[in-house]
Design a binder for this molecule. Structure first.
Ligand code: ADP
Length: 473
């Protein structure tokens, strides 16, 4: 059973690049080739032994026959002596006959005379003096012919035919059994090889499985422990472990740097923004150009403060230092509050709520941040006045919140990447609408931090729907 399990299946076989399939096919073909060559050699050798034994027998009869005729002809005539010698040496497997110099049949074995066996033999005219193996009809023969001279008289050609059909059949029987045994041995061998290779490659598979799930956050926790692995694989695992540790340290340093820089820059920028806004508020004697310049500077300062705040949030989330003030939230009420906050947008926002209250556990401010971020994006990436629809529902044990727009949409290839930091589908457009590329990664971090999930469905030029799921209380 284990052999059947370890044989590569059709799907695995189609993956010809896999080391397991390549090694199995390679070793199995070599073994089949080796077995084939050995089998053919054995077959050829056995056939030779069989035929040679019969040829020797034929030689023996050819050598002995003239002296037998000579002995018999001391008592009877030469022709009668020849017939007696033939009768004496003939048996069920050995047929003998003599043709005189004119080609007339002068003596022959009883079986030939009765026409019982070897009917086709008498018509043969091309029998060589050296014993040869021939198939005539459905039977196998060793044939040979020699000149018969007794007491100086040329009696013509003496022919010997030995029937080796029975031996030949036995030989084929043995060969068939050998072939069956070879096929079974090959199947068992291929299965064993596949199983052995699978076992040998197991440590590599384990290593690949462990490394597949590595994320920047888990870089430092990965332990590539490979007991009983071959030394080469252990060496590879050690090298990988060292590389992962170095990467983890570098990643940690970078995170720390981002966190420190964001923190250090945010405070002075907040002061700058405050001064700009108070100057704008009090500057009655400012010219229009000065006012416009101050407004641009103020909005850029605010955008940069937001970016730094986002970076700080992400760094905190990654360090596990993002704290949520978890409480029971009635999503109907929270979305109602949001409805009151989104009047200033140029596109209407429609919020559809169910009659029953949908309660989850979450951080009120963080949840507002999530929804406002998604609504902000929906407005930014819409070019028609079609309303943005937010729909709340409860399915089974999950609260389902959808934020749908009829905007530019996101091409399929980008949909899996938009939650990455600084990833923007269209750099120029995002910059124009004031995007930093951090919004969705913050949204995802916050949603997952509160135990929810977020996914996106979108079609270019038709719109985008973000779906957030939270377990209900
Ligand atoms: P940004 O600050 O650039 O908007 P986000 O992380 O919020 O960054 O979004 C990442 C990218 O995803 C955006 O640059 C935009 O291309 C795309 N995107 C996000 N929301 C939408 C949406 N509702 N419709 C179309 N594209 C969107």
């Amino acid at each position: 059973m284990f052999l059947i399990k370890s044989l590569p299946n059709v799907k695995q076989l189609s993956n010809l690049a896999s080391l397991r399939v390549r090694l199995t096919l390679g070793i199995a073909s070599m073994s089949i080739l080796g077995l084939g060559v050995v089998g053919m050699g054995v077959c050829w050798q056995m056939q030779n032994i069989l035929v040679v034994a019969h040829k020797n027998n034929t030689h023996y009869i050819a050598d002995r026959f003239p002296s037998d005729v000579e002995i018999y002809s001391d008592m009877v005539s030469l022709e009668e002596g020849t017939q007696k010698a033939i009768d004496n040496l003939s048996n069920s497997q050995t047929l003998l006959w003599v043709r005189d110099t004119q080609g007339e049949l002068t003596a022959q074995s009883e079986a030939l005379k009765m026409g019982m066996r070897g009917k086709n033999l008498l018509s043969l005219t091309d029998i060589a003096s050296q014993p040869e193996f021939r198939k005539i009809g459905d039977r196998y023969w060793v044939l040979c012919s020699t000149r018969l001279v007794v007491k100086g008289v040329d009696l013509g050609d003496f022919h010997i035919a030995q029937d080796i059909t029975k031996d030949q059949m036995m030989f084929w029987g043995v060969m068939r059994s050998l072939l069956m045994v070879s096929i079974i041995a090959t199947i068992l061998m291929t299965g064993s090889i596949a199983w052995y290779i699978q076992t040998a490659l197991q440590p590599l598979k384990r290593m690949s499985k462990t490394t597949k799930d590595i994320s920047p956050e888990t870089l430092g926790q990965v332990q590539l422990e490979l007991e009983n692995a071959p030394s080469e694989v252990k060496e590879l695992a050690n090298t990988l472990q060292t590389t992962l540790t170095r990467l983890s340290n570098a990643w940690e340093d970078q995170r720390q740097l981002v966190s420190n820089v964001s923190h250090e820059l945010r405070t002075p920028l907040t002061v700058v923004s405050g001064y700009l806004q108070s100057t704008l508020r009090r500057g009655n004697n400012l010219t229009d150009i000065q006012k416009e310049a101050l407004e641009t500077a103020s909005s850029e300062a605010d955008r940069t403060i937001q970016l730094l705040q986002d970076l700080l949030d992400l760094a905190r989330a990654e360090n596990g230092r993002m704290y949520f003030h978890l409480e029971t939230i009635v999503l109907n009420e929270l979305l109602g509050e949001i409805e009151g906050m989104v009047h200033q947008y140029p596109i209407p926002v429609e919020i559809s709520l169910p009659n029953e209250s949908v309660k989850i556990k979450g951080d009120k401010n963080r949840l507002k941040q999530v929804f406002l971020n998604l609504i902000d994006n929906a407005v930014k990436y819409s070019h028609s006045p079609e309303p943005i629809v937010i729909q709340l529902s409860q399915e089974k044990q999950q609260a389902n919140i959808q934020v749908c727009d009829r905007g530019v949409g996101i091409p399929l290839a980008h949909q899996t990447r938009i939650f990455e930091r600084f990833y923007r589908v269209d750099e120029a457009r995002s910059r124009n609408v004031g995007g930093t590329g951090l919004g969705l990664s913050i949204v995802k971090t916050l949603v997952e931090g509160m135990g929810g999930t977020i996914k996106v469905i979108s079609k270019p030029n038709q719109g985008t729907t973000f779906t957030i799921l939270f377990p209900v209380l």
